[in-house]
Design a protein around this ligand. Structure first.
Ligand code: HQG
Length: 182
C-alpha cells in the first residue's frame, strides 16, 4: 500500500471516526467504537472503498497511532469533536507539557488561555519536538510551555490517550509560558 493511499484512508477514518460518523450513516457507541465490518460497509455504500487489509495497514503503519482496534471494533484514540467518552484514566502529568501553535493565535491565547476549539480537549505534547510538528501544520510553529505541575496541584484533570497525547479541558493563561518571556 503506497503512502498516498495510506494517508487517504487514514484521513477518511479520522473524518468519520472523530467528526462526522452520521455522514455515512454510522453510529459510534459511547466509547467511540464501531464494528469494522459496519464501517467498511458504510464507506462502500457511500462511494469510498477500502479493504480490511488496508484498514489493518493504516492502523499499524499510522505515524501517530491514531486508531485502536480491539477485537472486531475500531475507534479513534483521540481528537473527536463528536461526544464520546473514551474512558481514559486520570493521569498525573509531568511538570511541563508543550503546545504547538502559530503566532496568529497568540494574542487570543494570552487573553483567554488555551481552549479546545472544535475538539473535546486541549491537546498537549510530551516534548517540544512533537509540539513543533503540531504547530507546523498551520504555519511557522510557536511552542508554548505549560506548567502542568501547577495545574495538577490546582486540581486540573488530565488524561493521556492511547497514543500519548495529553488531554485537558482548558489551560488558563497563567499556566502558559510564551517564548521570549520568562
Ligand atoms: C488554537 C493533530 C486562539 C490552538 C495534532 C490550535 C494534535 C487558540 C487550534 C491534535 C486558542 C486548535 C490537536 C485560543 C487554542 N485562541 N487559538 N484561545 N486556544 N487555540 O487542531 O492542538 O493529526 O483542534 O493553538 O497533531 O493544533 O488530528 O488542535 O492551533 O495532536 O491526529 O486553536 O491534532 O493530531 O487546533 O492539534 P486543533 P491542535 P491529528
Amino acid at each position: 500500500m503506497d503512502e498516498r493511499r495510506t494517508v487517504k484512508v487514514s484521513k477518511y477514518l479520522s473524518k468519520h471516526l472523530r467528526h462526522q460518523p452520521a455522514r455515512i450513516g454510522l453510529t459510534l457507541d459511547e466509547g467511540g467504537w464501531v464494528e469494522i465490518e459496519t464501517l467498511i460497509a458504510a464507506a462502500t455504500a457511500h462511494g469510498f472503498r477500502f479493504t480490511r487489509e488496508e484498514l489493518d495497514h493504516v492502523v499499524a503503519a499510522n505515524d501517530k497511532r491514531r486508531f485502536a482496534v480491539e477485537g472486531t471494533r475500531i475507534r479513534a484514540s483521540q481528537g473527536h469533536s463528536v461526544e464520546v467518552d473514551l474512558g481514559l484514566p486520570v493521569a498525573t502529568p509531568p511538570p511541563y507539557l508543550y503546545h504547538g501553535t502559530v503566532a496568529g493565535n497568540l494574542e487570543s491565547i494570552r487573553a483567554e488561555g488555551l481552549r479546545p476549539m472544535n475538539r473535546h480537549d486541549v491537546h498537549l505534547s510530551a516534548d517540544r519536538e512533537t509540539a513543533t510538528r503540531v504547530g507546523a501544520r498551520r504555519g511557522r510553529p510557536v511552542v508554548l510551555s505549560v506548567d502542568t505541575g501547577a495545574m495538577h496541584r490546582d486540581g486540573h484533570v488530565f488524561h493521556v490517550s492511547a497514543n500519548g497525547v495529553w488531554l485537558t479541558r482548558a489551560v488558563p493563561s497563567r499556566y502558559l509560558r510564551f517564548p521570549g518571556s520568562r
